[in-house]
Design a protein around this ligand. Structure first.
Ligand SMILES: [Fe+2]
Ligand SMILES: [Fe+2]
Length: 401
C-alpha cells in the first residue's frame, strides 16, 4: 500500500462478511471519500473457544477477499488474524501508522461500539492517532451519538464524524445458521461469498471431541436397537434438530443427542414396552394404554437416562416428541419438528412446513401439531390431551402477541 493515504478501517470477525458490512463501507467511501477502506479481519478471542478456529480463520479471510475483490479501494488486511489471540485496536492502528505512514486513519464504528468507546484499551491514545466515523442504528437515529460526542468526548469533537445514512442491519449468527440448513443466503451476502460458503461447507455443524465421543456411543446403541430404516430416520432427526438449534440459538449438542435417542425403544414389542413401564414404575393414563404408539416416547427417555445419563431437558424433549404439550421448551419444540420434517419425511405439506420452521418455530409447531391431530383422526386413533393442550397454548400465545 502507498504511503500518505487517507485510510479508514472497518474491523470485524467477518464470520461471514455480509451486505451490512459492505454497505457501511460504501457509505463511508461515498460520504468522506477516503483513499481506501481496510477490512481488518480480527482474530476470534481465545476465550470464545470456537471449534476449528484455524480452518475458519482461512475461510473468514477468503470470504472477505471474495466480497471486496470488485472494489479497488477495498483492501483486506490479515494483520490481526495472523497475530492471533487478543488484538487491541490501539496496537493495530499504531502498527498501521508505522507501516503505511498514512496522512489520516479513521475507525468506522457502529453506534454501540461508539457509545462504549471509553472502555476500549487506551481509547484516548486511539483518539490521538485516529479519527472516528460513526454510523447510526438507522437513518435519523444520530441523537445519542451526537450527545456522546458533545459530552464525554467533547475534547475530540472535531475528530468524530457522524454519517447519517441508512444502514443494513444483519446478523452473522443468523446467516451462519441459514447456511447450515442449506437455506438461500444470497440476499444477505455477496454472491461470491454465498458460493464460497457452499463450496467449502464453511458452516457445517461440528462437535467437540468429548461430545463427539459420547454421541458416537449413542449412535452405536441406536444402530443396535432399531432397524436400518429407523436408524436412518434418527440420523435425519438428529441433523435436522441441530440445524433448528443453530437457527434458534439452542444447544446444538443437546439437539443432536435428543435426535439420535428419541426413538430408541420404538421397535420393542408391546410386552417389552410393558416390562419397561413396570421396571421404571411408570403410570400410564387411559390414552397411553389404548395407544401403544405412545409408549416409546415414555420409555425412551428412561432408557436414555439410564444408559447415558442425559439431561432432564433432553429427556423431556424425547418424552414429548410424539404428543407435544403445553408450554414446550425450545429443545422440545426442536425435536418435535425435527421428527416431523427430517429429510426422509415425504408427505403432502412437508415442504411448506419446512419453510415455516426456518421462519417461525412456534407457527411451524402449531401447524405440525394440527397436522398430526388430523392424521390421528383420519386413522381413527386416540388423541392425547397433551397434544390438544399444546395447540391451545400456542393459539392463546399467538392471540396475546
Ligand atoms: Fe417417535
Ligand atoms: Fe421419530
Amino acid at each position: 500500500m502507498e504511503k500518505n493515504l487517507d485510510i479508514a478501517m472497518l474491523g470485524g470477525t467477518f464470520n461471514p462478511i455480509h451486505n451490512g458490512h459492505l454497505h457501511a463501507a460504501r457509505v463511508v467511501l461515498e460520504t468522506l471519500s477516503p483513499d481506501c477502506i481496510i477490512f481488518m479481519v480480527s482474530a476470534i478471542p481465545p476465550h470464545k473457544q470456537v471449534e476449528h478456529e484455524a480452518e475458519l480463520r482461512e475461510h473468514r479471510l477468503n470470504m472477505t477477499y471474495a466480497a471486496t475483490k470488485d472494489e479497488p479501494r477495498f483492501v483486506v488486511s490479515d494483520m490481526e488474524i495472523r497475530n492471533g489471540g487478543i488484538n487491541y485496536t490501539i496496537d493495530t492502528v499504531t502498527r498501521l501508522k508505522e507501516l503505511y505512514e498514512p496522512r489520516r486513519i479513521s475507525l468506522i464504528l457502529g453506534t454501540d461500539m461508539f457509545l462504549s468507546f471509553e472502555k476500549w484499551k487506551n481509547y484516548d491514545k486511539i483518539f490521538k492517532i485516529c479519527e472516528l466515523i460513526v454510523l447510526p442504528r438507522f437513518k435519523g437515529s444520530t441523537e445519542e451519538i451526537i450527545q456522546k460526542r458533545d459530552t464525554d468526548f467533547a475534547r475530540w469533537r472535531d475528530r468524530i464524524h457522524i454519517i447519517d445514512a441508512d444502514v443494513i442491519e444483519l446478523s452473522s449468527t443468523r446467516i451462519r445458521a441459514l447456511a447450515t440448513v442449506g437455506a438461500d443466503i444470497s440476499k444477505y451476502v455477496p454472491q461470491g461469498v454465498a458460493e464460497y460458503i457452499k463450496a467449502n461447507d464453511v458452516y457445517k455443524h461440528r462437535m467437540t471431541e468429548a461430545v463427539a465421543k459420547e454421541y458416537r456411543r449413542m449412535e452405536d446403541t441406536a444402530r443396535e436397537r432399531v432397524s436400518d430404516r429407523r436408524f436412518k430416520h434418527s440420523l435425519g432427526v438428529s441433523d435436522t434438530a441441530v440445524q433448528l438449534a443453530m437457527l434458534n440459538e439452542a444447544d446444538e449438542n443437546d439437539a443432536r443427542m435428543a435426535g439420535i435417542l428419541h426413538d430408541i425403544t420404538k421397535e420393542l414389542t408391546f410386552e417389552q414396552q410393558m416390562e419397561l413401564v413396570a421396571k421404571y414404575g411408570i403410570e400410564l393414563d387411559d390414552t397411553e394404554k389404548q395407544e401403544p404408539k405412545l409408549l416409546h416416547a415414555i420409555t425412551s427417555p428412561k432408557v436414555a437416562k439410564e444408559l447415558f445419563d442425559v439431561s432432564d431437558d433432553i429427556a423431556n424433549a424425547i418424552r414429548y416428541h410424539t404428543t407435544g404439550r403445553a408450554d414446550m421448551t425450545l429443545l422440545e419444540k426442536i425435536l418435535y419438528l425435527a421428527d416431523y420434517m427430517e429429510p426422509s419425511r415425504d408427505f403432502e405439506g412437508v415442504e411448506p412446513l419446512r419453510e415455516l420452521t426456518y421462519k417461525n418455530i412456534d407457527e411451524a409447531l402449531l401447524l405440525a401439531l394440527q397436522m398430526s391431530v388430523q392424521e390421528v383422526k383420519n386413522k381413527g386413533g386416540h388423541l392425547h390431551s397433551d397434544t390438544l393442550e399444546a395447540i391451545d397454548f400456542l393459539k392463546a400465545k399467538k392471540q396475546n402477541a
